[in-house]
Write a protein of this length. Structure first.
Length: 132
């Protein structure tokens, strides 16, 4: 956008299909058809920050029927530079959205249950970087 504000975006669309074996003709498992990221970053030499949106469409589970639902996660980070030292803090998954990563119907009720991977939880971080 200008020297202090940068906007980046990318998108991927997959059309997968097994060409051999018992799954021939079927979609790949655990492969979302669509993903995209949008990142807005600010850096004026003293203050810096960024916000990132990550989207993943639904995807077929590996070992059971059913799909992991689509999800969007937002991460933010801000900081200040003083000489050769950077101080920063941020929150990943700021809205604490759940990202389902796998499912199973192997429980006694034989219903499809969704599970979340580690990426799902919101967490706060802070740090200090020094350049020598």
């Amino acid at each position: 956008i200008n020297n202090t504000v940068v906007l980046n975006a990318n998108s991927t669309h997959l059309k997968t299909k097994y060409t051999k074996g018992v799954n021939k003709g079927k979609e790949f498992k655990m492969a979302p058809k669509t993903t995209y990221n949008i990142n807005l970053a600010y850096d004026d030499g003293k203050y810096f920050g960024s916000a990132n949106l990550n989207y993943r469409s639904n995807m077929q589970y590996e070992n059971t029927d059913g799909k992991a639902p689509s999800s969007s996660l937002v991460d933010v980070k801000a900081g200040i530079k003083q000489g050769n030292i950077k101080y920063y803090a941020g929150i990943n998954n700021i809205f604490n959205k759940k990202r389902i990563t796998h499912g199973s119907n192997s429980r006694a009720d034989n219903q499809l249950h969704h599970y979340m991977g580690k990426v799902s939880s919101r967490y706060i971080f802070a740090g200090i970087e020094a350049e020598f």
